[in-house]
Design a protein. Structure first.
Length: 155
């Protein structure tokens, strides 16, 4: 296992100094899902969810979440995001969520992609909880990342 960069010599949490790192184009894609009942899937497909357009609200929430990642994850660097895209797809078991995030900065955007997916999933649950209190969020994970010192990675 590599050295834990978020700890100082005494074992205390610290924010990593990225000053000397090169600014490069970086991307990350993450995915997750919300499992729902068949009845809720039918409501989503028909546009009959009482709170309104679940996918549109969740998409905007995910974008907003990506932008707020350093406010939520204590040691995350605030970075300039150049693009955030969220795709939400209703399938027979619920909603699949995928986020792609881009920047040109000194550190990657994996946490922003994960936050986007998680906030979008939370929003789906919030929008359907009155009709489906058993909704379950799961399988949130990084799928790909590009750029930076470690280069490209894919699950």
């Amino acid at each position: 296992m590599s050295e834990l960069t978020h700890l100082d010599a005494a074992g205390n949490a610290r924010m990593v100094d990225v000053t000397a790192k090169e600014v490069t184009a970086r991307t990350a894609t993450a995915s997750g899902r919300v499992d729902l009942s068949a009845e809720t899937v039918a409501l989503l497909r028909s546009g009959g969810v009482p709170k309104g357009d679940v996918l549109a609200v969740a998409r905007v929430a995910g974008i907003m979440g990506a932008k707020r990642t350093p406010d939520l994850v204590p040691l995350c660097h605030p970075i300039a995001l150049s693009g955030v895209a969220l795709d939400l797809e209703v399938d027979d078991a619920g909603v699949a969520v995928r986020a792609s995030v881009r920047t040109a900065d000194r550190t990657g955007v994996e946490m922003e992609a994960l936050t986007a997916v998680t906030v979008a999933c939370l929003t789906v649950v919030d929008m359907v909880k009155a009709v489906d209190p058993r909704a379950v969020i799961g399988a949130v994970q990084v799928e790909t990342k590009t750029g930076g010192k470690t280069g490209d990675w894919a699950r």
